[in-house]
Design a protein around this ligand. Structure first.
Ligand SMILES: Nc1ncnc2c1ncn2[C@@H]1O[C@H](COP(=O)(O)OP(=O)(O)OP(=O)(O)O)[C@@H](O)[C@H]1O
Length: 389
């Protein structure tokens, strides 16, 4: 049997990815991980302290720990579960409250704004196209819509919405207290508030060489320092992959709901599965899956699967999410542009956008009902814990 070289400290660090969904904070910060020991060549013992021994999320937390452990070559995790003592519970509650307060910090984004991030593993699958199109679909229905292009160095929404027109973002206030004003992009009588690095860079060819923390900071500016105003929905066009921006999103806008975009290709869907995994680990909720470029309808009306089949269903199953729509491949990217779709008679494309629009409206309405009952459950949990202290 091969001996797995195992470093409990590294694993403890990785366990910061495991979020207690109820308290919205990672289990290490909450003091739940009280010990990690190697039990045998490929198994470990984890001492886990929960706020209550009957914690309904115990199975989920254990499952997430096992997933992290597998990354270390550990095949079996034995849990020794205890209930936190009063002091530990008090510390965990303090931490959870501090985190909740941080999440509500200075952002000018109103709490009622529904945030939808479109993400995928690979580039070129149509995240930007769909972000713009779905944002426009909501705007056409009369909603006030913001679009945040979080693809800091691969931005493309500016060209999609403004073409060759050169526009820049304005800021109000002085250098110590300023607010960036989103650009109001008007297309065929509808307007969306756009923020993109493309409205700050001097030219489209300017390669923005930001990496790591600078990327998350750019996102933070776009969230905190933008006067988003009275919008109903904020759509976020995410960069491809599972990097710093994705992590930043879960920290800065934990209320974001994610639409994972794939093509019908199983290879593309497999990479997108990693995005879905990351969402789960960072506590971001997946609203659904959209398969783009699903089929092409030729001039005689016959559909062709040009990029394979089944990617959307494969991803939806892996992500345990609903496959919301299959968006057809249009004859040219020009046809997929905002201005063309607004007037085009490509019914299947328009129908897919309608499906996404209606699904999201319905999904958020259901979530609001659930949240109402969850909030009262949370309040009860806090009260119970405080009573038991
Ligand atoms: N359904 C579609 N039919 C035809 N062309 C499409 C469709 N969806 C996207 N495209 C085109 O495919 C190209 C890539 O799309 P897009 O830029 O939206 O992808 P992306 O996932 O945002 O890529 P990146 O992450 O690299 O920015 C664009 O030229 C776009 O116009």
């Amino acid at each position: 049997m091969s001996i797995v070289s195992f470093d409990p400290e590294s694993m403890r660090e990785r366990l910061r990815d495991v979020i207690d969904p109820e308290l919205g904070t990672d289990i290490v910060t909450l003091g739940m991980v009280q010990g990690i020991e190697q039990a045998s060549a490929d198994s470990i013992l984890v001492n886990l302290a929960l706020t209550t021994i009957r914690c309904p999320l115990r199975a989920k937390i254990q499952h997430d720990i096992e997933t992290v452990a597998r990354g270390f070559g550990i095949t079996s995790v034995v849990f020794r579960v205890v209930e936190m003592n009063k002091a530990e519970k008090a510390a965990a509650m303090k931490q959870a409250r501090a985190n909740a307060a941080k999440a509500m910090r200075s952002s000018s984004l109103k709490r009622k704004v529904k945030v939808v991030a479109l993400a995928s593993g690979k580039g070129g699958v149509g995240k930007s196209t769909l972000s713009v199109q779905v944002a426009m679909r909501f705007a056409r229905a009369g909603y006030r819509v913001g679009l945040l292009d979080a693809d800091i160095w691969g931005y493309s929404t500016v060209r999609m919405l403004l073409g060759d027109k050169k526009k820049r973002l304005d800021a109000k206030g002085d250098s110590t207290n300023f607010k960036i004003q989103p650009l109001k992009a008007s297309i065929e009588g509808t307007e969306i508030s756009l923020v993109s690095m493309g409205l700050l860079a001097d030219s489209e060819d300017e390669a923005i060489m930001w990496r790591g923390p600078m990327l998350s900071r750019a996102l933070q500016h776009f969230v905190d320092d933008v006067e988003w105003g009275d919008i109903d929905y904020l759509f976020i066009d995410m960069p491809p992959g599972t990097g710093d921006i994705q992590l930043g999103l879960s920290r800065l806008l934990p209320q974001s709901k994610v639409i994972v975009v794939t093509t019908p290709s199983i290879e593309v869907a497999t990479v997108a599965t990693r995005v879905a995994d990351m969402c789960k680990k960072t506590g971001l909720e997946i609203a659904g899956v959209v398969e783009n470029m699903s089929y092409f309808i030729c001039e005689h009306g016959s559909p062709y699967s040009l990029f394979g089949e089944g990617g959307g269903a494969f991803l939806a199953e892996r992500a345990d999410a609903h496959l919301v729509a299959k968006v057809p491949l249009l004859a040219s990217s020009a046809e997929a542009s905002v201005t063309s779709v607004g007037t085009s008679d490509n019914q299947s494309f328009r129908k897919a956008l309608d499906d996404i629009f209606e699904y999201l409206l319905d999904w958020f309405a259901r979530k609001e009902l659930e949240t109402a009952s969850c909030t009262s459950k949370m309040l009860r949990l806090f009260e119970d814990l405080e009573d038991s202290l």
